[in-house]
Design a protein around this ligand. Sequence first.
Ligand SMILES: [Zn+2]
Ligand SMILES: [Zn+2]
Length: 351
Amino acid sequence: MRSLFFEDVNRLGWRDIPAPKVEANHEVLVSTIAASCCYVDTMIISGNSPFEPPFALGHESVARVIDKGDAVEGLEIGDIVSVPYHRTCGVCPSCVAKNPLNCHEKEVPIFATYGMPDGSDFGGMFSESYRVPYASHALVKIPASVDPLAAVAAGDTLSDAWNTTVPHIRNKPDARVLITSNAGFGLYAAQWALAAGAQQVTYVDDDPLRLSVAKDIGAETLTWSDDLEVPPVYDVIINERQGEKSLRFCLLAGAYGAVVENVVIYLEDVSIPIEAMHYTGVTLRSSFSPTRNFLPEVIADLEAGMINPRAIESEVIHLEDAPERLVLPSHKPLIIFDKTVLKEASRDLAG
Ligand SMILES: [Zn+2]
Ligand SMILES: [Zn+2]
């Protein structure tokens, strides 16, 4: 089967590798319907990660169950599922305590994830098929009324964007929200924040295309520059923009008691304005996303039509073109493995 490998900095390639099979009674085998990129893939591809090539890439996809072990319950062959980017057993003390990124199950290494070298052989999601362990717990079914392509990022960025906005705004419905971005995550966050009823959503970026998408979905926009300043009026702030200055900008934009969610992976320490934060009582959370914890709520909100994530798509990519196209900037490309899902989708593969 085909699997897209990170071969070297800015070089990707399809490899023909043996098709995976169910190896344990708790596993399922899924075939990929569609996959997408998150900023972590961009970091890996451009050489800005600790990971040495080669390895199978991809950790964001929607898939179909094509085989299952004897102990798998609640899933049938043919079910369309969202697969969290992180693997989780569901029964170890960490998973029970809702800390799935610290899963202690021995067969699932700490922070086990697809598409990055983690000492396992589960591979990447830019593959025609892959195995999912502890599938009864890990997988969340996508209802027939939800466009599978709308849920392509539900296992990663779409849910992380939900988690950094919706619960905060439900606690404070008149919240003002500030989002700094330079990828697709920030646009998802803007969609969720607006749909959750935020009083104001300000989206900050320096890319004209993403700024126009943000405007189209109803956000106010500001063009990023290193000396940009805003008044400290924001209650919920999401930093998704690479660089130390963006984090500082966010931490200084908080109203009293604000929450700042940092989703940027800084590869070295950065300084924070702790004195100003102390006076405003700003809470900073910086974390990978324990996506499985809130994936069912995200799918339910998609089913309720709360947002249309497809408004964020930047392009639809043929498999043949993926190695060349994925090294180019594109905030939310969609890579289609199963063209039958395009029958009812709003876009086709023209171009
Ligand atoms: Zn990701
Ligand atoms: Zn676990």
